[in-house]
Design a binder for this molecule. Structure first.
Ligand code: PEP
Length: 254
Protein backbone atom coordinates (compact mmCIF):
# COMPACT_ATOMS: atom_id res chain seq x y z
CA UNK A 1 0.00 0.00 0.00
CA UNK A 2 1.31 3.44 -0.91
CA UNK A 3 0.33 6.60 0.91
CA UNK A 4 -0.79 9.69 -1.00
CA UNK A 5 1.84 12.30 -1.90
CA UNK A 6 2.26 14.63 1.08
CA UNK A 7 2.72 18.36 0.55
CA UNK A 8 3.48 20.29 3.71
CA UNK A 9 3.87 24.06 4.02
CA UNK A 10 6.24 25.42 6.64
CA UNK A 11 5.23 29.02 7.21
CA UNK A 12 8.15 29.60 9.60
CA UNK A 13 7.83 32.97 11.42
CA UNK A 14 5.46 34.37 8.79
CA UNK A 15 1.81 35.07 9.25
CA UNK A 16 -0.65 36.96 11.39
CA UNK A 17 -4.42 36.65 11.18
CA UNK A 18 -4.38 38.37 7.79
CA UNK A 19 -2.98 35.06 6.47
CA UNK A 20 -6.17 33.20 7.40
CA UNK A 21 -7.65 33.99 3.99
CA UNK A 22 -4.66 32.28 2.34
CA UNK A 23 -5.19 29.22 4.54
CA UNK A 24 -8.86 29.18 3.50
CA UNK A 25 -7.87 29.26 -0.18
CA UNK A 26 -5.41 26.40 0.38
CA UNK A 27 -8.11 24.39 2.15
CA UNK A 28 -10.66 24.99 -0.62
CA UNK A 29 -8.17 23.98 -3.32
CA UNK A 30 -7.17 20.89 -1.33
CA UNK A 31 -10.81 19.76 -1.31
CA UNK A 32 -10.57 19.51 -5.10
CA UNK A 33 -7.29 17.60 -4.96
CA UNK A 34 -8.06 14.63 -2.77
CA UNK A 35 -5.28 12.50 -4.28
CA UNK A 36 -2.76 14.62 -2.39
CA UNK A 37 -2.47 15.09 1.36
CA UNK A 38 -1.99 18.81 2.00
CA UNK A 39 -0.99 20.29 5.35
CA UNK A 40 0.41 23.50 6.77
CA UNK A 41 2.53 24.30 9.79
CA UNK A 42 1.81 27.95 10.60
CA UNK A 43 3.21 29.85 13.59
CA UNK A 44 1.74 28.62 16.91
CA UNK A 45 -0.66 31.57 17.05
CA UNK A 46 -2.46 30.44 13.89
CA UNK A 47 -2.79 26.72 14.66
CA UNK A 48 -6.15 26.98 16.36
CA UNK A 49 -7.78 29.53 14.04
CA UNK A 50 -6.80 27.52 10.96
CA UNK A 51 -7.75 24.19 12.55
CA UNK A 52 -11.20 25.60 13.45
CA UNK A 53 -11.99 26.49 9.86
CA UNK A 54 -10.14 23.85 7.84
CA UNK A 55 -12.22 21.09 6.29
CA UNK A 56 -9.53 19.26 4.37
CA UNK A 57 -6.01 20.24 5.34
CA UNK A 58 -4.26 19.19 8.54
CA UNK A 59 -2.55 21.81 10.67
CA UNK A 60 0.72 21.21 12.48
CA UNK A 61 3.42 22.95 14.47
CA UNK A 62 7.04 23.72 13.61
CA UNK A 63 8.50 22.50 16.90
CA UNK A 64 7.60 21.43 20.43
CA UNK A 65 9.41 20.99 23.73
CA UNK A 66 10.58 17.54 24.82
CA UNK A 67 8.93 17.77 28.26
CA UNK A 68 5.24 17.42 28.99
CA UNK A 69 5.14 20.64 31.00
CA UNK A 70 6.91 22.58 33.71
CA UNK A 71 9.07 25.65 34.22
CA UNK A 72 10.11 26.26 30.61
CA UNK A 73 9.44 29.89 29.86
CA UNK A 74 8.48 30.54 26.26
CA UNK A 75 8.26 26.87 25.32
CA UNK A 76 5.29 24.79 24.24
CA UNK A 77 4.55 21.09 24.74
CA UNK A 78 3.20 18.46 22.38
CA UNK A 79 0.00 18.30 24.45
CA UNK A 80 -0.52 22.06 24.06
CA UNK A 81 -0.15 22.12 20.28
CA UNK A 82 -2.35 19.05 20.06
CA UNK A 83 -4.97 20.83 22.19
CA UNK A 84 -4.83 23.75 19.74
CA UNK A 85 -5.64 21.38 16.87
CA UNK A 86 -2.22 20.32 15.59
CA UNK A 87 -2.07 16.84 14.13
CA UNK A 88 1.66 16.79 13.44
CA UNK A 89 4.89 18.54 14.30
CA UNK A 90 7.99 19.31 12.24
CA UNK A 91 11.13 18.45 14.24
CA UNK A 92 14.85 18.89 13.66
CA UNK A 93 14.50 21.60 11.01
CA UNK A 94 17.96 22.92 10.15
CA UNK A 95 16.97 26.43 11.24
CA UNK A 96 16.32 25.07 14.74
CA UNK A 97 19.39 22.87 14.72
CA UNK A 98 21.48 25.91 13.74
CA UNK A 99 19.95 28.86 15.55
CA UNK A 100 18.76 27.00 18.66
CA UNK A 101 21.66 24.55 18.84
CA UNK A 102 19.35 21.52 18.79
CA UNK A 103 21.31 18.26 18.98
CA UNK A 104 20.22 14.92 17.53
CA UNK A 105 19.54 13.66 21.06
CA UNK A 106 17.26 16.61 21.82
CA UNK A 107 15.41 16.22 18.53
CA UNK A 108 14.93 12.52 19.30
CA UNK A 109 13.53 13.33 22.76
CA UNK A 110 11.11 15.80 21.17
CA UNK A 111 10.06 13.11 18.71
CA UNK A 112 9.36 10.65 21.52
CA UNK A 113 7.33 13.24 23.38
CA UNK A 114 5.33 14.21 20.28
CA UNK A 115 4.53 10.60 19.38
CA UNK A 116 3.53 9.83 22.97
CA UNK A 117 1.16 12.80 22.74
CA UNK A 118 -0.49 11.37 19.64
CA UNK A 119 1.11 13.69 17.09
CA UNK A 120 2.57 12.59 13.78
CA UNK A 121 6.19 13.63 13.31
CA UNK A 122 7.98 15.08 10.29
CA UNK A 123 11.65 14.53 11.04
CA UNK A 124 14.05 16.78 9.09
CA UNK A 125 17.62 16.03 8.11
CA UNK A 126 20.12 17.54 5.70
CA UNK A 127 23.73 18.41 5.08
CA UNK A 128 25.50 21.75 4.72
CA UNK A 129 27.15 22.75 1.47
CA UNK A 130 30.57 22.19 3.04
CA UNK A 131 29.66 18.59 3.93
CA UNK A 132 28.36 17.92 0.41
CA UNK A 133 31.47 19.44 -1.17
CA UNK A 134 33.63 17.12 0.94
CA UNK A 135 31.66 14.13 -0.41
CA UNK A 136 30.26 13.28 3.03
CA UNK A 137 26.59 14.12 2.46
CA UNK A 138 25.19 10.57 2.56
CA UNK A 139 27.11 9.43 5.62
CA UNK A 140 26.34 12.69 7.47
CA UNK A 141 22.61 12.64 6.75
CA UNK A 142 22.09 8.95 7.51
CA UNK A 143 23.97 9.30 10.82
CA UNK A 144 22.08 12.48 11.72
CA UNK A 145 18.74 10.87 10.91
CA UNK A 146 19.48 7.63 12.74
CA UNK A 147 20.45 9.56 15.86
CA UNK A 148 17.34 11.78 15.65
CA UNK A 149 14.65 9.16 15.04
CA UNK A 150 12.76 7.59 17.93
CA UNK A 151 13.38 3.83 18.01
CA UNK A 152 9.99 2.62 19.21
CA UNK A 153 7.21 3.91 16.97
CA UNK A 154 3.73 2.42 16.75
CA UNK A 155 2.73 2.31 13.10
CA UNK A 156 5.70 4.30 11.66
CA UNK A 157 4.14 4.33 8.19
CA UNK A 158 1.37 6.62 9.49
CA UNK A 159 3.04 8.46 12.31
CA UNK A 160 6.42 9.25 10.78
CA UNK A 161 7.51 11.24 7.74
CA UNK A 162 11.12 12.11 6.93
CA UNK A 163 12.06 15.35 5.19
CA UNK A 164 15.42 15.53 3.44
CA UNK A 165 16.35 19.19 3.17
CA UNK A 166 19.87 20.10 2.08
CA UNK A 167 20.66 23.13 4.25
CA UNK A 168 22.19 24.99 1.30
CA UNK A 169 18.97 24.59 -0.72
CA UNK A 170 16.63 26.10 1.87
CA UNK A 171 15.41 29.54 0.82
CA UNK A 172 18.27 29.98 -1.63
CA UNK A 173 16.66 29.08 -4.95
CA UNK A 174 19.23 26.28 -5.33
CA UNK A 175 17.84 22.76 -5.76
CA UNK A 176 19.80 19.53 -5.37
CA UNK A 177 20.56 17.56 -8.54
CA UNK A 178 17.93 14.88 -9.24
CA UNK A 179 20.66 12.20 -9.11
CA UNK A 180 21.74 13.44 -5.65
CA UNK A 181 18.13 13.48 -4.41
CA UNK A 182 17.64 9.94 -5.74
CA UNK A 183 20.80 8.71 -4.05
CA UNK A 184 19.96 10.34 -0.71
CA UNK A 185 16.34 9.23 -0.65
CA UNK A 186 17.45 5.70 -1.56
CA UNK A 187 19.87 5.65 1.39
CA UNK A 188 17.23 7.07 3.72
CA UNK A 189 14.83 4.34 2.54
CA UNK A 190 17.40 1.66 3.39
CA UNK A 191 17.82 3.15 6.86
CA UNK A 192 14.05 3.24 7.44
CA UNK A 193 13.66 -0.38 6.36
CA UNK A 194 16.49 -1.30 8.68
CA UNK A 195 14.96 0.51 11.62
CA UNK A 196 11.27 -0.25 11.16
CA UNK A 197 11.14 -3.27 8.81
CA UNK A 198 10.04 -3.53 5.18
CA UNK A 199 6.30 -3.20 5.79
CA UNK A 200 6.56 0.17 7.52
CA UNK A 201 10.05 1.46 6.65
CA UNK A 202 9.34 0.72 2.99
CA UNK A 203 6.30 3.01 3.06
CA UNK A 204 7.25 5.94 5.32
CA UNK A 205 7.11 9.01 3.08
CA UNK A 206 10.36 10.83 2.42
CA UNK A 207 9.76 14.45 1.45
CA UNK A 208 12.25 16.63 -0.37
CA UNK A 209 12.62 20.22 0.81
CA UNK A 210 14.66 23.15 -0.43
CA UNK A 211 13.40 25.80 -2.87
CA UNK A 212 10.59 23.63 -4.25
CA UNK A 213 8.38 25.69 -6.58
CA UNK A 214 5.56 24.83 -9.01
CA UNK A 215 8.12 25.09 -11.83
CA UNK A 216 10.53 22.44 -10.48
CA UNK A 217 8.11 20.26 -8.50
CA UNK A 218 7.17 17.85 -11.30
CA UNK A 219 10.79 16.87 -11.91
CA UNK A 220 11.40 16.34 -8.19
CA UNK A 221 8.26 14.23 -7.66
CA UNK A 222 9.26 11.93 -10.52
CA UNK A 223 12.37 10.84 -8.58
CA UNK A 224 12.11 7.40 -6.91
CA UNK A 225 11.41 7.49 -3.16
CA UNK A 226 10.22 11.13 -3.20
CA UNK A 227 6.86 11.06 -1.44
CA UNK A 228 6.12 14.77 -1.45
CA UNK A 229 7.66 18.05 -0.39
CA UNK A 230 8.25 20.25 2.61
CA UNK A 231 7.80 23.76 1.26
CA UNK A 232 8.87 27.04 2.86
CA UNK A 233 8.64 30.25 0.82
CA UNK A 234 6.33 28.88 -1.86
CA UNK A 235 3.77 27.75 0.74
CA UNK A 236 2.89 31.31 1.70
CA UNK A 237 0.47 31.84 -1.18
CA UNK A 238 -2.27 29.42 -2.16
CA UNK A 239 -1.38 29.81 -5.84
CA UNK A 240 2.21 28.65 -5.60
CA UNK A 241 1.60 26.09 -2.84
CA UNK A 242 -1.29 24.43 -4.62
CA UNK A 243 0.66 24.57 -7.88
CA UNK A 244 3.12 22.24 -6.16
CA UNK A 245 0.29 20.02 -4.89
CA UNK A 246 -1.11 19.84 -8.42
CA UNK A 247 2.29 18.77 -9.75
CA UNK A 248 2.30 15.99 -7.15
CA UNK A 249 -1.15 14.81 -8.26
CA UNK A 250 -0.13 14.83 -11.91
CA UNK A 251 3.13 12.97 -11.28
CA UNK A 252 1.31 10.37 -9.18
CA UNK A 253 -1.05 9.71 -12.10
CA UNK A 254 2.09 8.90 -14.08
C1 PEP B 1 12.00 24.82 4.60
O1 PEP B 1 12.33 25.72 5.32
O2 PEP B 1 11.60 23.75 5.10
C2 PEP B 1 12.07 25.02 3.15
C3 PEP B 1 12.11 23.96 2.39
O3 PEP B 1 12.14 26.31 2.72
P1 PEP B 1 12.14 26.81 1.17
O4 PEP B 1 11.08 26.02 0.44
O5 PEP B 1 11.82 28.27 1.24
O6 PEP B 1 13.49 26.53 0.63
Amino acid sequence: MSLRPYIVGNWKMHGTRTMLSEARSIDRAAQRLMKVEVAIAPPYTLIHPIHREAEQIAVGAQDCHEMEGGAHTGDISAAMISDAGAKFVILGHSERRQSHGESNALVKAKGESALAGGLRVIMCCGETEETRDKGDAVSFVTKQLKASLPVEIDNPMESLTVAYEPVWAIGTGKVAQPSDIEEMHGEIRKLLVNLYGEEHGGEVRILYGGSVKPENAGEIFAIPNVGGALVGGASLTADSFMGIALAAAETDEG
